[in-house]
Design a protein around this ligand. Structure first.
Ligand SMILES: [Zn+2]
Ligand SMILES: [Zn+2]
Length: 119
């Protein structure tokens, strides 16, 4: 569990199950099924979030309050990339915070489309 967590922190990007299972820290200590079970447990605790379309093209990313990315996901090949533009939602987030008194607000957006490679 600790190794899995460390890998996600160090890589600092969404990763697939295959990438995680094949990473330096994890390849020797657990198989893909074990990594998947651990990811599910982390997701149940709100530590990890699943991104993407379906099981085969799923990516896993750490949930870090106060730090977020918005993502661009290709519906054909399942590729995923962080959106390289100022986030349009932060002002709205401030407004919601003021109106509702919620603390620790965060969001992550997923934009779906067809990437240039699949285009
Ligand atoms: Zn694509
Ligand atoms: Zn955002």
């Amino acid at each position: 569990m600790q190794e899995l967590f460390s890998t996600l922190v160090e890589e600092d990007r969404p990763m697939t199950l295959a990438e995680l299972a094949g990473s330096d820290r994890l390849a020797d200590v657990c198989d893909q099924a074990t990594v998947f079970r651990l990811l599910r447990r982390l997701a149940d605790h709100g530590i990890v979030r699943r991104l993407g379309l379906h099981e085969r093209a799923a990516y896993f990313t750490l949930v870090v309050p106060g730090k977020h990315s918005d993502y661009l996901i290709c519906t054909k090949c399942g590729s995923i990339a962080a959106v390289d533009a100022p986030c349009p939602v932060h002002k709205l987030e401030e407004e919601i915070r003021e109106k509702t008194g919620f603390r620790g607000l965060y969001h992550e957006l997923e934009f779906f489309g067809v990437c240039p490679d699949c285009g």
